[in-house]
Design a protein around this ligand. Structure first.
Ligand SMILES: [Zn+2]
Length: 462
């Protein structure tokens, strides 16, 4: 069969597949994921937040010897709480000795709290927040009101005794009790769901975020050194307040920041969350943001990005800066229905991703995108590498000037497709892998590799 005939055959398969899908729209949703999402409890989130607030401070440099106050008590409680959920969860401290440096003003033992839900594959999907807190005079409100953007890595003035615990009140219920509570609650609903996931899920409560993403950097560095396959990080930081300091209230949307360049894996993860979070939680609108984070501000997802991992940052849509890095960051500033919606979007998209095959690679062994104009010279000819466990693939495309996928087409268990008379120069193409039940991976886009600058020599040419 020549390639044109084969292309038509593929398209026929494709279109019959589309009509089947269209006639059973609800079949896209996995009832087990619907049930998992419905298990998220506002009451549980409330209890976790109030417990976190009760430690008064969770500053990375605070006391560790009190059973009720400071970061030592907080991390022990988080560990025991997650251990109580299910014998399936492997809960441990991810401990690092950190000598004095930057905003770490004295030698400190830093402990991330990590709960692993093993899947059939070692590849990992993280849901995370940071449980450490900070409060300074004036808080983030004063910092943001000054004219120039602040250097987030600027050193804080040294305390009177640098070796004394930093025990000033720093409740941090929204920053980042909210992301921590979301992470802990997802550890519960995932481990108690009775579901077996393809990917390994990791529920990670980082420390040291407020001193420069220290806990996340240390964990990401370890992952690089040990070859731990981190597929994606869903980082949640400040996701529990729906009343902006501007007076604008928005409890129906969530921002998802994703580092570029355009069509980077992190951008594809944000699109994935918009697509699958939106299907399972249609009442909550995901707003992907094509930038690493907010101006002058940072979060743990960036620590993973900087070491080459795929990671995005969830941020509430309307922040109240007067309640951040401030003693006023209390439970009063939380909207439980809003936090629960953000937890549902995380749960739906993380569950879908963890059930799906890994996203396919679209690169040749030489690192070139497997896209061409063959056979006619004017077609879109897409090839990809088979993804383990895939039963089908879905092709996506959009105008080359546009942020969101506009068209999609289900193809069978094949590793190539031809779209006749589609100019590859005018569209961005991508492909996702699906298992037999329709769980879809994130999309891998066909991207032109950057070209090296070739300086032109001038002069006599001798
Ligand atoms: Zn934070």
């Amino acid at each position: 069969m020549n390639l044109h005939v084969r292309a038509i055959a593929i398209l026929l398969v494709v279109f019959s597949g589309v009509s089947t899908a269209a006639s059973a729209q609800g079949a896209d949703l996995d009832p087990r994921i619907v049930k998992l999402v419905a298990a998220i409890s506002e009451q549980r989130l409330e209890a976790i937040l109030k417990k976190l607030e009760s430690f008064e401070t969770r500053n990375t440099l605070s006391s560790t010897d009190s059973p009720t106050r400071g970061i030592g008590a907080a991390r022990e409680w988080i560990l025991q709480e997650m251990r109580s959920y299910s014998p399936k969860l492997q809960v441990s401290f991810d401990t690092h000795q950190v000598p004095k440096q930057g905003r770490i003003t004295r030698d400190v033992e830093l402990r991330n709290v990590m709960a692993i839900l093993p899947g059939r594959s070692p590849r990992r999907i993280y849901v995370s927040g940071h449980y450490d807190t900070v409060a300074r005079a004036g808080g983030q409100g004063a910092a943001n009101a000054s004219a120039a953007p602040r250097d987030p890595d600027a050193a804080a003035p040294p305390p009177a005794d640098p070796n004394a615990p930093l025990d000033n009140l720093a409740p941090g219920v929204n920053d980042d009790g909210s992301g921590t509570a979301l992470t802990i609650e997802l550890a519960r609903v995932f481990s108690q769901s009775g579901m077996d996931f393809e990917a390994t899920l990791v529920f990670m409560c980082h420390a040291g975020e407020e001193q420069g993403l220290i806990g996340a950097r240390l964990h990401a560095q370890k992952a690089v050194a040990e070859g731990i396959p981190i597929q994606a990080v869903f980082n949640n930081d400040i996701v529990g307040n729906d009343k902006g300091g501007s007076g604008i209230i928005d409890g129906a949307t969530i921002r998802v920041y994703a580092e570029g360049p355009e069509d980077s894996p992190s951008r594809e993860l944000a699109r994935f969350i918009e697509r699958w979070g939106g299907r399972y939680v249609p009442s909550h609108h995901v707003r992907p943001m094509a930038r690493p984070d907010r101006f002058g501000r940072g979060g743990d997802h960036s620590a993973y990005n900087q070491l080459g991992f795929t990671a995005v940052g969830f941020r509430e849509s309307r922040e109240n800066f007067t309640r951040q890095h401030d003693v006023r960051d209390t439970f009063e500033g939380i909207s439980l229905p809003y936090l629960a919606q953000n937890a549902r979007v995380n749960a739906a998209s993380a569950a879908t991703l963890a059930l799906a095959p890994p996203p396919p690679s679209v690169l040749s062994e030489r690192g070139q995108p497997l896209i061409s104009r063959a056979p006619s010279g004017y077609d879109a000819n897409l090839r990809w590498n088979a993804s383990p466990g895939a039963a089908a693939y879905r092709i996506f495309w959009r105008e080359a000037w546009g942020p969101d996928w506009q068209h999609e087409m289900l193809v069978g268990n094949v590793t190539s497709a031809v779209l006749p008379n589609m100019q590859i120069d005018d569209y961005v193409f991508g492909v996702a892998a699906l298992d037999a039940q329709g769980h879809e991976s994130s999309v891998t886009a066909y991207v032109t590799p950057p070209r090296a600058n070739t300086p032109v020599r001038t002069g006599s040419g001798q």
